[in-house]
Design a protein around this ligand. Structure first.
Ligand code: SDX
Length: 394
């Protein structure tokens, strides 16, 4: 039961918080959500069930899952006034800029679920955020390609609805592919939560001041956007396209080792994993299956990525520094094959990570001992000195 699991954290008391949601053993390459391995959840569960697990701590009964899915389904629409908000952006705005803005604006439209002291409002805000992210993400895509917004449908699953809102057009019927929906659902599961990463810590710090949940999630989206974090999936694809051919791999590996060269092997390395990121392993294994089913098995990017991984994992520099592929290394290849532009990759990461951010925010708010976050610093500036009037300065 909770609390009975003991382990050696492997670090001194630098922990920013305690949490019962996600466990990572970076040395072993182990990831669990509420005690269930990511491999089991990716293979046997679905995203709505993982959302329930992250929020409530247990796998749902049949009735609990049906009730949760209905609660999410009935929050998928956006306030109609928000469509005007979207139309204020330039068409070429990065979809992450649109998502940060739109999610931050939700508190202006749903102020009846911003009182964090009210358990009912916290639950409604949680459902609204999980439910509306696919709608916002799809709208950001539609707006960027100049197509009309497609409203959500209540007869589709979470992943099916997102694909429908993203790729359907009014001019013709859109049949959601079960293969695409299953791949999308698995990608959402693999990105759902990951302990105290930069964006989750951002959400916790913002939430610790009592800020409303919509504003806190918008802060998390902003942090995730960085190329060292969630923006890496877009950067990996751009890197593979720049490398272009396996003959150029050694040249780029040498650049990655050169401290004077800003180039980093995107999708490699991790602050915690000093072993293979288990999520990358699941994505690598399913990449072939998804590309086969999409009729894109001959995608040269997957072969290039696998050759890059093979050569890097035989290179002393990467082996000695425990640099392995992370979750971002293969995800973009699958997403590109599914039809998403690379500018949407981090948006999909944010969509999936919203349940993790919300679960961690809720866990913090409901902790009776919770206080505002206030990191301290090591001061390296001047000691006390007298003011110098302007006419006495050089
Ligand atoms: C995510 O925290 C999370 O949980 C994040 C995440 C989540 O689910 O929320 O898992 C998602 O953000 C995954 C990471 C995605 N980012 C990338 O793929 C960008 C490329 N990776 C690097 O920028 C880097 O690996 C970081 C930012 C992820 C970590 O950088 P650190 O903290 O420097 O890693 P480290 O301390 O393990 O580095 C050890 C050494 C360093 O060199 P030295 O100082 O020892 O000489 O390895 C070097 C680093 O400079 N190094 C790399 C490298 N990553 C680290 N060298 C070349 N290429 C790389 N990718």
């Amino acid at each position: 039961e909770t609390g009975a699991f003991t382990y050696d954290p492997g670090f001194t008391s630098t922990a920013s918080c305690s949490s019962a949601i996600t466990f990572i053993d970076g040395g072993k390459g182990q990831l669990m959500h509420r005690g269930y391995s990511i491999e089991d959840l990716a293979e046997k569960s679905d995203f709505m069930e993982v959302c329930y697990l992250l929020l409530h701590g247990e796998l749902p009964s049949h009735a609990q899952k049906a009730e949760f899915e209905q609660a999410i389904t009935y929050h998928t629409m956006l306030h109609e006034q928000m469509l005007y908000f979207f139309r204020g952006f330039r068409r070429d705005a990065h979809p992450m800029a649109v998502m940060v803005g739109a999610v931050g604006a939700l508190s202006a439209f749903y102020h009846d679920s911003t009182d964090i002291t009210d358990p009912h409002q916290r639950m409604v805000a949680s459902h609204r955020l999980i439910a509306k992210m696919p709608t916002i993400a799809a709208m950001a895509y539609k707006f960027s390609v100049g197509q009309p917004f497609i409203y959500p449908r209540n007869d589709l699953s979470y992943a099916e609805n997102f694909l429908y809102m993203t790729f359907a057009v009014p001019a013709e019927e859109y049949k959601v592919s079960p293969t695409l929906a299953r791949a999308m659902d698995k990608i959402f599961i693999l990105h759902a939560d990951h302990e105290q990463n930069a964006s989750t810590s951002t959400v916790r710090i913002a939430g610790s001041s009592g800020a409303n949940p919509f504003a806190c999630i918008a802060a998390g989206i902003a942090s995730l956007w960085g190329p060292a974090h969630g923006g890496a999936n877009q950067a990996v694809l751009e890197m593979l396209q720049e490398i272009g051919h396996k003959d150029r791999i050694p040249e780029f590996l040498e650049r990655a080792k050169d401290k004077n060269d800003p180039f980093r092997l995107m999708g490699f390395g991790h602050r915690v994993y000093k072993n293979y990121d288990p999520r990358a392993a699941v994505l690598r294994n399913s990449a072939h299956e998804v590309l086969d089913e999409l009729g894109k098995r001959d995608d040269p990017l997957l072969d290039l990525a696998m050759e890059l991984e093979r050569i890097a994992l035989e290179d002393e520099y990467f082996v000695s520094k425990n640099l392995f592929p992370n979750v971002d290394f293969y995800s973009g290849i699958i997403l590109k094959a599914m039809g998403f532009p690379s500018s949407m990759f981090t948006v999909l990461f944010a969509l999936a990570r919203t349940v993790g951010w919300v679960a961690q925010w809720k866990e913090m708010i409901e902790d009776p001992g919770q206080k505002i976050s206030r990191p301290r610093q090591l001061y390296t500036g001047y000691g006390p000195r007298d003011y110098v009037p302007m006419d006495q300065r050089d």
